[in-house]
Design a protein around this ligand. Structure first.
Ligand SMILES: [Zn+2]
Length: 344
Protein backbone atom coordinates (compact mmCIF):
# COMPACT_ATOMS: atom_id res chain seq x y z
CA UNK A 1 0.00 0.00 0.00
CA UNK A 2 1.03 3.58 -0.57
CA UNK A 3 1.08 4.65 3.07
CA UNK A 4 0.25 3.00 6.38
CA UNK A 5 -2.71 3.68 8.59
CA UNK A 6 -2.31 4.65 12.20
CA UNK A 7 -4.10 2.15 14.43
CA UNK A 8 -6.52 3.72 16.89
CA UNK A 9 -7.69 2.27 20.17
CA UNK A 10 -11.45 2.30 20.35
CA UNK A 11 -14.36 1.10 22.44
CA UNK A 12 -15.19 -1.29 19.60
CA UNK A 13 -12.15 -3.38 20.59
CA UNK A 14 -14.08 -4.42 23.69
CA UNK A 15 -16.03 -6.96 21.69
CA UNK A 16 -12.80 -8.69 20.74
CA UNK A 17 -11.81 -8.58 24.42
CA UNK A 18 -15.12 -10.19 25.42
CA UNK A 19 -14.54 -12.96 22.92
CA UNK A 20 -11.03 -13.49 24.36
CA UNK A 21 -12.65 -14.01 27.74
CA UNK A 22 -15.30 -16.34 26.35
CA UNK A 23 -12.66 -18.30 24.48
CA UNK A 24 -10.02 -18.70 27.20
CA UNK A 25 -12.13 -18.63 30.36
CA UNK A 26 -15.32 -20.37 29.22
CA UNK A 27 -14.75 -22.57 26.17
CA UNK A 28 -11.20 -23.74 26.79
CA UNK A 29 -11.93 -24.42 30.47
CA UNK A 30 -15.29 -26.05 29.71
CA UNK A 31 -14.06 -29.45 30.90
CA UNK A 32 -13.46 -28.19 34.43
CA UNK A 33 -16.46 -25.85 34.69
CA UNK A 34 -19.99 -26.64 35.77
CA UNK A 35 -22.86 -26.48 33.32
CA UNK A 36 -23.34 -23.31 31.30
CA UNK A 37 -25.04 -20.54 33.23
CA UNK A 38 -24.57 -16.88 34.03
CA UNK A 39 -22.33 -17.58 37.04
CA UNK A 40 -19.55 -18.54 34.61
CA UNK A 41 -19.16 -14.81 34.05
CA UNK A 42 -18.76 -13.90 37.72
CA UNK A 43 -15.18 -12.73 37.06
CA UNK A 44 -16.20 -10.41 34.25
CA UNK A 45 -19.09 -8.30 35.52
CA UNK A 46 -19.28 -6.17 32.39
CA UNK A 47 -19.71 -9.18 30.15
CA UNK A 48 -22.05 -10.75 32.67
CA UNK A 49 -24.32 -7.71 32.46
CA UNK A 50 -24.31 -7.97 28.66
CA UNK A 51 -25.22 -11.66 28.83
CA UNK A 52 -28.02 -10.84 31.23
CA UNK A 53 -29.41 -8.33 28.79
CA UNK A 54 -28.89 -10.54 25.74
CA UNK A 55 -30.45 -13.63 27.21
CA UNK A 56 -32.32 -13.16 30.45
CA UNK A 57 -33.92 -9.74 30.36
CA UNK A 58 -37.54 -9.24 29.32
CA UNK A 59 -36.48 -7.27 26.27
CA UNK A 60 -33.63 -9.52 25.09
CA UNK A 61 -33.15 -9.04 21.35
CA UNK A 62 -33.51 -12.00 19.02
CA UNK A 63 -29.85 -11.83 17.94
CA UNK A 64 -28.87 -11.86 21.63
CA UNK A 65 -30.60 -15.18 22.25
CA UNK A 66 -28.93 -16.56 19.12
CA UNK A 67 -25.48 -15.34 20.22
CA UNK A 68 -25.79 -16.76 23.74
CA UNK A 69 -27.19 -19.98 22.27
CA UNK A 70 -24.08 -20.28 20.08
CA UNK A 71 -21.73 -19.56 23.00
CA UNK A 72 -23.43 -22.34 24.95
CA UNK A 73 -23.35 -24.81 22.06
CA UNK A 74 -19.59 -24.26 21.59
CA UNK A 75 -19.13 -24.62 25.37
CA UNK A 76 -20.91 -27.99 25.23
CA UNK A 77 -18.73 -29.14 22.30
CA UNK A 78 -15.59 -28.05 24.16
CA UNK A 79 -16.52 -30.05 27.27
CA UNK A 80 -15.71 -33.28 25.48
CA UNK A 81 -12.46 -32.15 23.80
CA UNK A 82 -9.20 -33.80 24.78
CA UNK A 83 -6.35 -31.85 26.37
CA UNK A 84 -4.50 -32.03 23.06
CA UNK A 85 -7.48 -30.70 21.07
CA UNK A 86 -7.98 -27.82 23.50
CA UNK A 87 -4.31 -26.96 23.25
CA UNK A 88 -4.49 -26.97 19.46
CA UNK A 89 -7.57 -24.76 19.51
CA UNK A 90 -5.87 -22.26 21.85
CA UNK A 91 -2.83 -22.13 19.60
CA UNK A 92 -4.95 -21.48 16.50
CA UNK A 93 -6.92 -18.77 18.26
CA UNK A 94 -3.71 -17.04 19.31
CA UNK A 95 -1.96 -17.35 15.96
CA UNK A 96 -4.94 -16.28 13.86
CA UNK A 97 -5.13 -13.03 15.76
CA UNK A 98 -1.46 -12.19 15.22
CA UNK A 99 -2.42 -10.25 12.13
CA UNK A 100 0.84 -8.33 11.78
CA UNK A 101 3.01 -11.44 12.14
CA UNK A 102 0.87 -13.32 9.65
CA UNK A 103 1.29 -10.47 7.16
CA UNK A 104 5.06 -10.73 7.68
CA UNK A 105 5.07 -14.43 6.79
CA UNK A 106 5.36 -15.74 10.36
CA UNK A 107 3.27 -18.63 11.72
CA UNK A 108 0.86 -20.89 9.92
CA UNK A 109 -2.70 -19.68 10.40
CA UNK A 110 -5.52 -22.14 10.98
CA UNK A 111 -8.28 -22.56 8.45
CA UNK A 112 -11.82 -23.73 9.05
CA UNK A 113 -10.70 -26.98 7.41
CA UNK A 114 -8.24 -27.38 10.33
CA UNK A 115 -11.05 -26.86 12.83
CA UNK A 116 -13.06 -29.50 10.97
CA UNK A 117 -10.42 -32.06 11.92
CA UNK A 118 -11.39 -31.56 15.57
CA UNK A 119 -15.14 -31.50 15.05
CA UNK A 120 -17.05 -30.31 12.00
CA UNK A 121 -20.13 -29.21 13.98
CA UNK A 122 -17.93 -27.23 16.36
CA UNK A 123 -16.21 -25.63 13.39
CA UNK A 124 -19.57 -24.67 11.82
CA UNK A 125 -20.79 -23.17 15.08
CA UNK A 126 -17.63 -21.09 15.46
CA UNK A 127 -18.06 -19.86 11.89
CA UNK A 128 -21.66 -18.97 12.55
CA UNK A 129 -20.92 -17.00 15.73
CA UNK A 130 -18.02 -15.07 14.20
CA UNK A 131 -19.92 -14.30 11.00
CA UNK A 132 -22.84 -13.00 13.05
CA UNK A 133 -20.62 -10.93 15.34
CA UNK A 134 -19.48 -9.04 12.29
CA UNK A 135 -22.52 -7.89 10.41
CA UNK A 136 -22.55 -5.06 7.91
CA UNK A 137 -22.83 -2.18 10.38
CA UNK A 138 -21.89 -3.73 13.67
CA UNK A 139 -19.22 -5.53 15.59
CA UNK A 140 -21.14 -7.40 18.21
CA UNK A 141 -23.25 -4.79 19.94
CA UNK A 142 -21.52 -1.71 18.66
CA UNK A 143 -21.93 0.41 15.54
CA UNK A 144 -18.90 0.48 13.27
CA UNK A 145 -19.69 4.05 12.21
CA UNK A 146 -18.56 5.31 15.65
CA UNK A 147 -15.15 3.77 14.98
CA UNK A 148 -14.99 5.16 11.45
CA UNK A 149 -15.51 8.74 12.58
CA UNK A 150 -12.66 8.48 15.11
CA UNK A 151 -10.50 6.57 12.65
CA UNK A 152 -10.63 9.22 9.93
CA UNK A 153 -9.95 12.03 12.39
CA UNK A 154 -6.46 10.55 12.72
CA UNK A 155 -6.17 8.95 9.29
CA UNK A 156 -7.14 12.08 7.45
CA UNK A 157 -5.31 12.04 4.12
CA UNK A 158 -8.72 11.72 2.45
CA UNK A 159 -7.50 9.13 -0.02
CA UNK A 160 -7.54 5.34 -0.09
CA UNK A 161 -4.01 4.12 0.74
CA UNK A 162 -4.57 0.86 -1.12
CA UNK A 163 -4.99 2.53 -4.53
CA UNK A 164 -4.27 6.25 -4.15
CA UNK A 165 -7.01 6.82 -6.70
CA UNK A 166 -10.29 7.12 -4.83
CA UNK A 167 -11.16 9.56 -2.04
CA UNK A 168 -12.23 8.24 1.35
CA UNK A 169 -15.16 9.64 3.32
CA UNK A 170 -13.81 11.88 6.07
CA UNK A 171 -14.93 12.93 9.54
CA UNK A 172 -17.46 15.41 8.14
CA UNK A 173 -19.13 12.90 5.82
CA UNK A 174 -22.38 11.23 6.75
CA UNK A 175 -21.38 7.98 5.05
CA UNK A 176 -18.36 5.76 5.55
CA UNK A 177 -16.10 3.48 3.54
CA UNK A 178 -16.14 -0.31 3.71
CA UNK A 179 -14.14 -2.33 6.22
CA UNK A 180 -12.23 -5.10 4.52
CA UNK A 181 -11.64 -8.46 6.17
CA UNK A 182 -8.00 -8.40 5.16
CA UNK A 183 -7.55 -12.08 6.09
CA UNK A 184 -10.88 -13.31 4.73
CA UNK A 185 -13.31 -14.21 7.48
CA UNK A 186 -14.66 -17.07 5.36
CA UNK A 187 -11.30 -18.85 5.60
CA UNK A 188 -9.76 -17.89 8.93
CA UNK A 189 -11.60 -18.57 12.19
CA UNK A 190 -11.56 -16.05 15.06
CA UNK A 191 -10.52 -13.07 12.91
CA UNK A 192 -13.82 -11.42 11.96
CA UNK A 193 -13.97 -8.81 14.73
CA UNK A 194 -10.29 -8.09 15.20
CA UNK A 195 -9.94 -4.43 14.19
CA UNK A 196 -6.34 -5.09 13.13
CA UNK A 197 -7.83 -7.27 10.43
CA UNK A 198 -10.40 -4.65 9.41
CA UNK A 199 -8.77 -1.80 7.50
CA UNK A 200 -11.19 0.64 5.89
CA UNK A 201 -10.73 1.00 2.15
CA UNK A 202 -12.48 2.57 -0.80
CA UNK A 203 -15.43 0.74 -2.30
CA UNK A 204 -13.58 -0.02 -5.54
CA UNK A 205 -10.62 -1.61 -3.71
CA UNK A 206 -12.89 -3.54 -1.37
CA UNK A 207 -15.55 -4.80 -3.75
CA UNK A 208 -13.93 -4.52 -7.14
CA UNK A 209 -10.43 -5.84 -6.44
CA UNK A 210 -9.55 -7.25 -3.02
CA UNK A 211 -12.82 -9.09 -2.30
CA UNK A 212 -12.00 -12.42 -0.65
CA UNK A 213 -8.50 -12.64 -2.18
CA UNK A 214 -6.04 -14.00 0.31
CA UNK A 215 -3.17 -11.62 1.09
CA UNK A 216 -1.01 -14.28 2.75
CA UNK A 217 -1.31 -17.10 0.17
CA UNK A 218 -1.21 -16.75 -3.61
CA UNK A 219 -3.54 -18.56 -5.99
CA UNK A 220 -1.15 -21.56 -6.10
CA UNK A 221 -1.33 -21.72 -2.31
CA UNK A 222 2.21 -20.44 -1.74
CA UNK A 223 2.74 -18.41 1.41
CA UNK A 224 3.54 -14.77 0.71
CA UNK A 225 4.20 -11.57 2.62
CA UNK A 226 1.81 -8.67 2.47
CA UNK A 227 1.70 -5.13 3.84
CA UNK A 228 0.24 -4.93 7.33
CA UNK A 229 -2.05 -1.92 7.00
CA UNK A 230 -1.10 -0.34 10.35
CA UNK A 231 2.68 -0.20 10.62
CA UNK A 232 4.36 -0.83 7.33
CA UNK A 233 5.89 2.31 6.02
CA UNK A 234 6.46 1.92 2.34
CA UNK A 235 8.89 3.41 -0.12
CA UNK A 236 7.09 2.48 -3.30
CA UNK A 237 8.66 3.90 -6.43
CA UNK A 238 6.61 4.13 -9.59
CA UNK A 239 8.39 4.55 -12.90
CA UNK A 240 6.74 5.05 -16.26
CA UNK A 241 8.24 4.88 -19.72
CA UNK A 242 6.25 5.37 -22.90
CA UNK A 243 6.99 3.68 -26.20
CA UNK A 244 4.61 5.97 -28.10
CA UNK A 245 4.28 9.73 -28.16
CA UNK A 246 0.80 9.49 -29.70
CA UNK A 247 -0.76 10.45 -26.39
CA UNK A 248 -4.27 10.78 -27.78
CA UNK A 249 -4.20 7.10 -28.71
CA UNK A 250 -2.07 5.71 -25.91
CA UNK A 251 -2.72 2.00 -25.22
CA UNK A 252 -1.87 -0.18 -22.21
CA UNK A 253 0.97 -1.86 -24.13
CA UNK A 254 2.60 1.52 -24.87
CA UNK A 255 3.29 1.95 -21.15
CA UNK A 256 6.21 0.35 -19.40
CA UNK A 257 5.21 0.56 -15.72
CA UNK A 258 7.62 -0.51 -12.98
CA UNK A 259 6.63 -0.53 -9.34
CA UNK A 260 9.45 -1.23 -6.92
CA UNK A 261 10.12 -0.97 -3.19
CA UNK A 262 12.50 -2.26 -0.55
CA UNK A 263 9.90 -4.84 0.41
CA UNK A 264 9.33 -6.10 -3.12
CA UNK A 265 7.42 -9.25 -2.10
CA UNK A 266 4.87 -7.19 -0.20
CA UNK A 267 4.67 -4.75 -3.09
CA UNK A 268 4.00 -7.57 -5.56
CA UNK A 269 1.25 -8.91 -3.29
CA UNK A 270 -0.26 -5.44 -3.04
CA UNK A 271 -0.28 -5.07 -6.81
CA UNK A 272 -1.97 -8.41 -7.28
CA UNK A 273 -4.58 -7.85 -4.56
CA UNK A 274 -5.63 -4.45 -5.84
CA UNK A 275 -5.05 -4.73 -9.59
CA UNK A 276 -2.66 -1.79 -9.36
CA UNK A 277 -0.87 -2.26 -12.66
CA UNK A 278 -3.97 -2.25 -14.84
CA UNK A 279 -5.64 0.55 -12.87
CA UNK A 280 -2.67 2.89 -13.18
CA UNK A 281 -2.26 2.10 -16.90
CA UNK A 282 -5.96 2.82 -17.41
CA UNK A 283 -5.54 6.26 -15.81
CA UNK A 284 -2.55 7.09 -18.00
CA UNK A 285 -4.35 5.99 -21.21
CA UNK A 286 -7.67 7.55 -20.29
CA UNK A 287 -9.15 10.95 -19.52
CA UNK A 288 -6.87 11.57 -16.50
CA UNK A 289 -3.64 11.28 -18.51
CA UNK A 290 -4.97 13.56 -21.24
CA UNK A 291 -6.22 16.15 -18.72
CA UNK A 292 -2.86 16.22 -16.90
CA UNK A 293 -1.02 16.91 -20.16
CA UNK A 294 -3.58 19.50 -21.20
CA UNK A 295 -3.16 21.30 -17.89
CA UNK A 296 0.57 21.75 -18.50
CA UNK A 297 0.25 22.73 -22.16
CA UNK A 298 -2.78 24.95 -21.55
CA UNK A 299 -1.56 26.84 -18.49
CA UNK A 300 2.12 27.35 -19.38
CA UNK A 301 1.54 30.43 -21.63
CA UNK A 302 -0.35 32.19 -18.80
CA UNK A 303 2.93 32.18 -16.85
CA UNK A 304 5.09 33.07 -19.86
CA UNK A 305 6.78 29.69 -19.76
CA UNK A 306 7.15 26.83 -22.16
CA UNK A 307 5.53 23.52 -21.15
CA UNK A 308 8.76 21.93 -19.91
CA UNK A 309 9.54 24.87 -17.64
CA UNK A 310 6.00 24.96 -16.32
CA UNK A 311 6.09 21.19 -15.69
CA UNK A 312 9.09 21.71 -13.39
CA UNK A 313 7.13 24.25 -11.33
CA UNK A 314 4.06 22.03 -11.15
CA UNK A 315 6.16 19.00 -10.22
CA UNK A 316 7.44 20.79 -7.16
CA UNK A 317 3.85 21.54 -6.14
CA UNK A 318 2.72 17.95 -6.77
CA UNK A 319 5.62 16.55 -4.73
CA UNK A 320 4.53 18.57 -1.70
CA UNK A 321 1.13 16.88 -1.71
CA UNK A 322 1.62 13.53 -3.45
CA UNK A 323 -1.73 11.93 -2.51
CA UNK A 324 -3.89 14.91 -3.44
CA UNK A 325 -5.60 14.45 -6.82
CA UNK A 326 -3.29 11.53 -7.74
CA UNK A 327 -0.28 13.86 -7.86
CA UNK A 328 2.14 10.95 -7.29
CA UNK A 329 0.93 9.42 -10.54
CA UNK A 330 0.81 12.72 -12.37
CA UNK A 331 4.49 13.38 -11.64
CA UNK A 332 5.76 10.11 -13.03
CA UNK A 333 3.43 10.12 -16.03
CA UNK A 334 4.18 13.71 -17.05
CA UNK A 335 7.92 13.03 -16.68
CA UNK A 336 7.56 10.11 -19.09
CA UNK A 337 5.60 12.33 -21.47
CA UNK A 338 8.38 14.91 -21.34
CA UNK A 339 11.03 12.25 -22.04
CA UNK A 340 9.00 11.23 -25.06
CA UNK A 341 8.86 14.71 -26.48
CA UNK A 342 5.21 15.40 -25.74
CA UNK A 343 6.00 18.93 -24.52
CA UNK A 344 8.46 19.85 -27.30
ZN1 LIG B 1 -8.83 2.22 -3.06
Amino acid sequence: MLFAYQYISHDLEKMHGYMDYIFYEIWIKANILNDFDISLFDDNKELQAIFNYLYLSDNSPKYGKKFVGSVKKIFDFCKSLSWFQRRKLSYWYKVNNKIEDLCNGKYKPALYSDLNTINKDLSNEIKSIYDNLYSQNKIGLKEISTHYTDFVKINNKGICPFCGIYPMDGEFSDTREAYDHYLPKSKYPFTSINLKNLPPMCHKCNSGYKGVKNPIFDSSDNRRKTFYPYTDSTDIKIEVNLSSSDIQNLQHEDIDLTISATEQEKTDTWQELFGIDIRYRALFCGADGKAWIQQIIGEAPDFNMNSSEYLEIKKRQFEKNPYFEKNFLKITFLEACKENGVFN
